[in-house]
Each structure stands twice: as structure tokens, then as C-alpha cells.
Write a protein that binds this ligand. Structure first.
Ligand SMILES: [Zn+2]
Length: 356
């Protein structure tokens, strides 16, 4: 009847043990998402997997041993702040290991040889990871889950080339740093610019053998569904397709939503649904698996509906798109300057690829 794509979740029990109190990135986010999904009619169609603990060697494929030990010791010492944005509690080290392990469970399932293998999985994990550099925790992130998953796929499953698409509204500086001079992992980031952490401008394209496999799309403030989808079609998809990866990892942060408190972008639930659907279609065209790892998204009233919309896009099934009134507050007809920025992006990529 339907040949819709098989999708599902990797769950992270006891994630609230990474206790950040009233911080925007807190232990109430994932339960709110799960409560919403469990009540949705499509819940029964989702594959459900459970996280495991990543091993130290999984983490130090990306991070320095000193960084690994710092997170362990700071966590053991009790609640404190690693920087002005990034708290740790006694349980943070364990939860961070199991968050990274959630991404690895997803990789094993997507790259396994089971007949019931899913087409995509969404690891509902925290803390997020994409700001964590090889040697530094920052921006709510301790270990870089997407980067750890990419290296694991290469070393433990023999995948040659991995593509990481980061649509979190903040630039994925940690992921960029991890693969800056590495041509085997392409990092494509869509993010509001300017915004925290300040990196991710057009000229950041990688170095050495990795020159050209870092691709930044700095989106002007006020961009919404139209601009993000045009960026996908005109730049992201042809770039990823030509790279011909053996796996697609999505750093899925939903903080570019119109009602998110941490950005000025105006993406709606329908927009996230389309971003997810287009990513899943691309993976299907390439014949590869898609692993999404949860990054940002800080409005507890809207995040559950956005993750639901993303799963529907991955799975290619219809779902109600919840768009609370608050979600429309910032939608307006003003031009954020996208047309000019799009030309700048295409021009910056010209040494590496021809784009329309
Ligand atoms: Zn973010």
C-alpha cells in the first residue's frame, strides 16, 4: 500500500541526570517531546531503540583525552559551569556518554544488515553536541555527538565518506573544527548569521586536503521556510549529492523556529517538515541511511510539534503540523536580504563547485 520510509527514535532514559536547573537546555525538553509523540496516532509506527554508553575510545576519536578527563572530573566534582553558558552536574558525564552512545546505536542500526533496518533514526539526546570542539566544551555542549557518530561509522563500519548537515540555528563550530582539514567528512551548516558563536561565515571552507568540504550558509536574520528550502535545493542538496557520502548525519536543532527564544529566524513546523523530507529523499536517492541527532530547540511549547513534524518528514507519512499561535508571532513579509546572500553563497562556493 504505502512505501513510506521506515523511521524511529533512539531514546535516552534518565537524561535529566544531566541537571542544568532552569537553563534553556534542561531536562524537561526531551520528556515534553516524548509525551507529545506518545499521544500522536503515528507513535505505533516508529521504531524504538535505546541508547547505550559510548566507550572512551569512541569519544577520543574526536576529542582530546584531556577534554574527556576534564568532563569526567568536573562532573564528579559536582555542579559548576564550564563556561558562561555550559553547566555540568554530577550526572553530566554519564548522560553525555550515553547521549553519544545513542548516536552510535543509531549508526549500528542504520548500517546493520537486518531486513528490518530503518531508513532513518532520530536520536532524542541531550546535552547537544555541535558546539563542542575537540578540546573544548561550550554552548551547552560537552561531547560532539554528530562528530563522534561520523568517526564511528568510518572506523567501525568502514564508511568512507560521511556528510553532516547541521540545520541548528547556531553555527556548528565544533563539528567544523573536528573535520576542518579532513576531506572524508563534509560539514554543511545552515545557521543564522550573525549569532552565537560568531563563526560560520562564507570564507570558512576548510583547509589543506579538507579545503572545500566545509560549507557554510550564513542565513540573514528573519529568514524562514522559503529561504531555508531554497538554500536546500540550490546549494545543500547538489553539494551533498556530488560528495556522494555513505551516510548522512543531520544535526537537528529546531531553534530557528519562529517562536524560539534564542534566534531571529522564522522557520515554521511546515518548514521543518520539508527540511526533513528533503533530507530523507536525498538519502534515499543516494541509497544511504540518515541519522538525526537532537541539538537545540528551546521553546517547550513548540519543540514537541517540531520534532513530530521532522519525524513525519523522515518517514514520509502525513501528520498534523502543530503550529501554536505563538509560532506565527514573528512571521512577516519583510525581506531579510536573502536573494543577495544566496548569490554570495554561490560565489563563495565557485572554487569548489558550480551551483545554480
Ligand atoms: Zn542552536
Amino acid at each position: 500500500m504505502s512505501d513510506s520510509r521506515k523511521t524511529g527514535l533512539v531514546l535516552l532514559p534518565e537524561q535529566a541526570e544531566h541537571d542544568t536547573g532552569d537553563h534553556p537546555e534542561n531536562g524537561r525538553r526531551i520528556p515534553a517531546v516524548l509525551e507529545h509523540l506518545r499521544q500522536a496516532p503515528e507513535w505505533s509506527r516508529l521504531a524504538l531503540l535505546e541508547s547505550r554508553r559510548a566507550r572512551p575510545e569512541d569519544i577520543i576519536r574526536v576529542h582530546t583525552p584531556e577534554h574527556f578527563e576534564l568532563i569526567e572530573s568536573r562532573s564528579a566534582a559536582g555542579p559548576s559551569w564550564i563556561d558562561g553558558d555550559t553547566p555540568v552536574s554530577t550526572g553530566s558525564f554519564e548522560v553525555a556518554l550515553r547521549a553519544a552512545g545513542g548516536a552510535l546505536v543509531g549508526i549500528d542500526s542504520l548500517l546493520g544488515d537486518s531486513a528490518s533496518r530503518p531508513d532513518s533514526l532520530f536520536a532524542l539526546i541531550r546535552p547537544p553536541g555541535h558546539h563542542a570542539t575537540p578540546g573544548r566544551a561550550m554552548g551547552f555542549c560537552l561531547f560532539n555527538n554528530a562528530a563522534i557518530a561520523a568517526r564511528y561509522a568510518q572506523e567501525c563500519h568502514g564508511v568512507e565518506r560521511v556528510a553532516i548537515l547541521d540545520w541548528d540555528v547556531h553555527h556548528g563550530n565544533g563539528t567544523q573544527d573536528a573535520f576542518w582539514d579532513d576531506p572524508s567528512v563534509m560539514v554543511v551548516s545552515l545557521h543564522q548569521w550573525p549569532l552565537y558563536p560568531g563563526t560560520g561565515w562564507l570564507v570558512e571552507t576548510g583547509a589543506g586536503e579538507g579545503e572545500g568540504t566545509t560549507v557554510n550558509l550564513p542565513m540573514p536574520p528573519g529568514c524562514g521556510d522559503r529561504e531555508y528550502l531554497e538554500a536546500m535545493v540550490a546549494v545543500v542538496e547538489p553539494t551533498l549529492e556530488a560528495f556522494d557520502p555513505g551516510l548522512l548525519i543531520v544535526s537537528a536543532g529546531q531553534d530557528g523556529h519562529v517562536a524560539d527564544p534564542l534566534s531571529d529566524e522564522a522557520i515554521t513546523a511546515a518548514g521543518y517538515n520539508r527540511l526533513a523530507a528533503r533530507s530523507a529523499s536525498l538519502a534515499r536517492r543516494l541509497g544511504i541511511g540518515l541519522l538525526a541527532v537532537h541539538e537545540g530547540g528551546y521553546n517547550l511549547a513548540t519543540l514537541p510539534g517540531l520534532d513530530r513534524a521532522i519525524l513525519a518528514g523522515f518517514g514520509d507519512y502525513p501528520a498534523e503540523l502543530d503550529e501554536p499561535e505563538a509560532g506565527r508571532a514573528r512571521l512577516s513579509g519583510s525581506d531579510p536580504g536573502w536573494d543577495e546572500r544566496r548569490r554570495e553563497i554561490v560565489a563563495a562556493q565557485r572554487p569548489y563547485r558550480q551551483l545554480g
